[in-house]
Design a binder for this molecule. Structure first.
Ligand SMILES: C[S@@+](CC[C@H](N)C(=O)[O-])C[C@H]1O[C@@H](n2cnc3c(N)ncnc32)[C@H](O)[C@@H]1O
Length: 228
């Protein structure tokens, strides 16, 4: 499998067998997906939800079980992923928007909940900082921002041992090594993860004051940040 020439084309191709591939190549994928519903405040009942980098819609699908009547905006650069979402959610209040995050207008004071599952690691540090600020402004008062992702910078001294463990994990599901080769080509070209502690600082400087984390093996992480 070869990587494509842009993130949108890459995920158009990845969309074919997306969920099974993610379970096989991302440690803790299902655990970190479940955080989007598990870690919400009990009385929370969002009316407007933005899914940043929706992919084939796995985060939205789990939220729909708890919030079937909310209005969802699904944002992604990949048309194939959005086509899957349009089909999957044809009976729900879901609008799909094809745009890069960097070009999307995050309307101020609009959403009760904003989620990002394994999508922001495709943005560099400056873009993440800027998107956190836009997300803060786009949330209504007491709105919640939740994100699951790999959170370690490629410059972190622990990065090479993370990659070693990751290799063992992927070979367990895909023993011939071809998937790992593709994954590492993809990771080199398209993935720009940042350390969790840095991202927590950026969240605070964006305005978030109440932040909680769930962490698996140090770097596979989820955070929930509330706009008070
Ligand atoms: C790994 S998938 C995650 C999908 C889903 N949220 C999940 O948790 O399974 C990342 C998605 O983000 C989208 N994406 C990545 N960078 C993007 C950007 N800068 N603008 C818009 N979409 C982007 C990709 O097209 C892809 O569908």
């Amino acid at each position: 499998m070869k990587i494509q020439d842009s993130i949108s084309n890459e995920f158009d191709a990845f969309s074919k067998n997306y969920t099974n591939d993610m379970i096989g190549v991302v440690p803790y994928y299902l655990e970190l997906m479940s955080c989007f519903t598990k870690s919400l405040p009990n009385s929370f009942n969002p009316k407007t939800i933005l899914d940043v980098g929706c992919g084939n819609g796995n985060v939205t699908a789990s939220l729909l079980k708890s919030f079937p009547n909310a209005e969802y905006t699904l944002l992604d650069a990949s048309q194939e992923m959005l086509n899957l979402c349009a089909k999957r959610f044809k009976n729900s209040a879901v609008s799909c928007v094809k745009s890069y995050f960097q070009e999307f207008t995050f309307k101020a004071n609009t959403y009760n909940l904003i989620v990002a599952g394994f999508s922001l690691h495709h943005c560099n540090s400056e873009d993440k900082k800027s998107i956190f600020k836009k997300i803060y402004k786009a949330l209504k008062k007491e709105g919640v921002f939740m994100c699951s992702d790999l959170m370690i910078s490629k410059n972190n001294p622990a990065h090479s041992s993370l990659v070693e463990k990751w290799h063992t994990f992927v070979l367990n599901t895909f023993p011939d090594g071809e998937k790992w080769q593709w994954l590492m080509d993809h990771y080199t070209e398209f993935d720009k993860p940042d350390n969790l502690d840095e991202q927590l600082r950026w969240l605070k400087s964006a305005g978030f004051s109440s932040i909680e984390t769930t962490i698996h093996e140090k770097y596979w992480a989820h955070f929930k940040a509330i706009k008070n």
